[in-house]
Design a protein around this ligand. Structure first.
Ligand code: GLY
Ligand code: MN
Ligand code: MN
Length: 439
């Protein structure tokens, strides 16, 4: 992503904040894994969104004070340090950071605490995401306290503290052309990973083998990390929604559910496919699978501008509930089952969530208490499922079957574009792909 995109975002933020405001956005910290070893670093999504600077511990300070005619964006980052860089990797340092990243000034992080008092001084409003990063909270609140305690008339603390997420979340919800291109690529890589898993699956291999195939495809295409913990649930493990142990043997006759997406330049994909380990669905698996697919396709029909996620969700619930009645899994009338939410035993999660820098991306689902209408540029998942627990009070042929089908949709002017369409999901497409593999 080039700097113009970041500059456009900064400008919009500066113009949207109240006049005479300052905004503070901390980068993510490195998190200790054990002793002197850290978890892989991932940049904070808000910080990433505003400047793309890739290092930990940095801060961004933006001001629209009248003394700056076009606003001001200052970066604080770790200083150059030859010894630390030998051990822990290269750093930009303030001078190089200012040359390469979209900021007006850059200083060493060591200067932050002292400079922050004067930077905040005189602004009327402070925009900051309280509670998002506890160390950042401590620094910001202690700086505000220093300002308040300064000798009278020498300093002025802002009179209001405003949650910057109110602005940034709305910005992040509607994707730009450049973001859509990145999300297309994240979707494409994950699609190919799911195809690879379908081609690789074999009885007596393990769930972790499939996980490895998925991650192999991600890595080979330059997507270094999954966007969330990959789920590979074979047999009744598919009924555990956030199953991540991924360590059980694959058994002939079972289905396997894979929920996996990669992160591409910060942006997530989030795909689920469910397929038979043998390459062929059994009759009961086919019936439940087709029902989930019918629910998803029916939900797609109402995914368009001005409709809402809840409308799509109601459609999916109706198809699933009627289907479960038709199969004898639920008893009674459709209206009563929907009113009593009996389907919740088998379909217990929501249909959709926003997708973007975060897999469960930011953005309100309601506005003034009303369901939010869909708008072009939003990206969301559509992911109905049916999960029959191994001890469910139903005919035993259904027990232990877990199915989810999840795609990533971009809202367009006229409807939607399915970014993950190329991942096979009809029964015949899946079986055909898997037969090809064995021949
Ligand atoms: N992979 C998490 C989800 O589908 O929401
Ligand atoms: Mn999802
Ligand atoms: Mn998912």
């Amino acid at each position: 992503m080039d700097n113009t995109e970041f500059l456009t975002r900064q400008k919009y933020l500066l113009q949207t904040m109240q006049p005479n405001s300052i905004c503070l956005v901390p980068a993510a910290h490195l998190v200790t894994r054990s002793r002197d070893t850290e978890y892989a670093f991932r940049q904070d999504s808000y910080f990433q969104f505003l400047c793309g600077f890739p290092e930990p511990e940095a801060w961004l300070v933006l001001s629209n004070h009248q003394e700056y005619s076009n606003g001001m964006c200052i970066l604080f980052c770790l200083d150059k340090d030859p010894n630390m860089e030998i051990w822990h990797g290269r750093r930009f340092g303030p001078k190089q950071a200012k040359q390469q990243y979209p900021v007006n000034m850059a200083f060493a992080l060591d200067e932050l605490e002292d400079r922050l008092v004067d930077l905040i001084n005189g602004h009327q409003h402070l925009y900051f995401a309280q509670g998002h990063n506890h160390d950042a909270d401590d620094l910001v609140f202690s700086t505000l306290q220093s300002l308040r305690e300064a000798p009278k008339q020498s300093k002025n603390a802002p009179s209001s503290l405003i949650d910057v997420r109110i602005i940034l979340d709305e910005m992040r919800l509607i994707k730009s052309t450049c973001e859509i291109d990145l999300m297309r690529q994240a979707a494409s890589i994950a699609t190919q990973a799911h195809i690879r898993a379908m081609q690789f699956v074999e009885e007596s291999k393990n769930e972790y083998h499939l996980e490895a195939e998925i991650h192999h495809e991600f890595a080979m295409q330059g997507a270094k990390y999954p966007a969330y913990g990959t789920i590979v649930g074979a047999g009744d493990n598919a009924c555990i929604l956030h199953y991540t142990e991924n360590n059980q043997e694959l058994k002939d006759g079972d289905l396997v559910l894979i929920d996996a997406g990669c992160e591409w330049q910060g942006y997530a994909s989030d795909i689920t496919r469910t397929f038979p380990i043998s390459g062929t669905f059994s009759a009961p698996q086919k019936q439940l699978y087709q029902l989930v697919l019918d629910a998803q396709l029916a939900a797609f029909e109402v995914i368009k501008p001005n409709n809402t996620i809840n409308q799509a969700s109601d459609v999916a619930i109706k198809v699933i509930t009627q289907g479960l009645i038709d199969l004898g899994i639920l008893k009674g009338e459709l209206v009563d089952n929907i009113e009593q939410q009996t389907y919740r035993q088998f379909y217990m999660h929501g249909l959709s969530h926003w997708l973007g820098l975060d897999v469960h991306d930011v953005g309100n689902y309601k506005i003034d208490g009303q369901d939010r209408p869909l708008q072009p540029g939003m990206v969301l998942t559509v992911e109905p499922g049916i999960y029959v627990a191994p001890d469910a009070d139903v005919d035993k042929k259904w027990r232990g079957i877990g199915i989810r089908i999840e795609d990533n949709l971009l809202i367009t002017q006229s409807g939607y574009e399915n970014l993950t369409l190329a991942a096979p999901k009809t029964i015949s497409d899946i079986e055909t792909l898997m037969i090809k593999k064995s021949s």
